[in-house]
Design a protein around this ligand. Structure first.
Ligand code: PGA
Length: 256
């Protein structure tokens, strides 16, 4: 990782967690940072629980330095959108980050790049940081189209006002999500370098080099260190391994 960027280790809990286990997990994650207080950690820790737990998790991590995020949002501030949650509501409950354009949203809810972009812009407008997800499918990788697919998704999903302060990009190859298959450090770095080049091209040196690019897809305590050692991998978006506090901590310990 280049100087000037700080690792971000983000836990995407997806549709997991009830009151009891969700709060226990959040408290355990919070404790690890509290214990390390005084020692400067090279990473930020973020947890993104389901909506139902946001408020409780906000209380559980209070004062610990662990940050709170959500997994999705609507584009509007308020109004007649049954079942949706606005960025302002998320900010109100203590969120600092919102994930947008996750491949599971793209698949389950047919979200396209333009939607991810509009959501990212709404998140920024509300004063939070957007984590914009992109990534190719196995078929696209096998057809050798993974570079162009990621370039296209990035172009279409990146918010117009993206800066290093308000935007994070997450590269999550769909074939590696929840499958136990992980991109090798070289495979991940190859795409991260392409993303970096695109960011620099469209936002200039300072912002393009400042934006954090996370890797996501079966990141775990075993493979984290090597992935996080790559020059353009600035952290992880972690699903399965974020549901166990020890594993989550062990992934973060890979940040050097
Ligand atoms: P995984 O999920 O770590 O379980 O593969 C990552 C993600 O989808 O964000």
């Amino acid at each position: 990782m280049a100087k000037g960027r700080r690792f971000l280790i983000a836990g995407n809990w997806k549709m997991n967690g009830l009151k009891k286990d969700g709060c226990a997990l959040a408290k355990s994650v919070a404790k690890s940072l509290k214990k390390a207080k005084g020692k400067k950690q090279p990473f930020d820790l973020l947890v993104c629980p389901p909506y139902t737990l946001l408020s409780r998790v906000a209380d559980a991590i209070k004062g610990s330095g662990v940050k709170l995020g959500a997994q999705d949002c609507h584009v509007a501030e308020k109004g007649a959108h049954t079942g949706d949650i606005s960025p302002h509501m998320l900010k109100d409950v203590g969120c600092k980050f919102v994930i947008v354009g996750h491949s599971e949203r793209r698949t389950d809810h047919r979200e396209v790049d333009a939607k991810a972009k509009a959501k990212a812009e709404a998140v920024i407008e509300a004063g939070m940081i957007a984590i914009v997800c992109i990534g190719e499918t196995l078929a696209q990788r096998e057809a050798g189209r993974f570079i162009s697919v990621n370039q296209r998704q990035l172009k279409g999903s990146l918010p117009a006002a993206a800066t290093a302060k308000n935007t994070v990009v997450a590269y999550e190859p769909v074939w590696a999500i929840g499958t136990g298959l992980t991109a090798s450090p070289e495979q991940a770095q190859e795409v991260h370098a392409v993303i970096r080049a695109e960011l620099v091209k469209s936002l200039g040196e300072e912002e393009g080099n400042g934006i954090r690019i996370l890797y996501g897809g079966s990141m775990n305590p075993k493979n984290a260190k090597e992935l996080l050692a790559q020059p353009d991998i600035d952290g992880g978006l972690i699903g399965g391994a974020a549901l166990n506090a020890d594993d989550f901590r062990a992934v973060a310990a890979g940040c050097k």
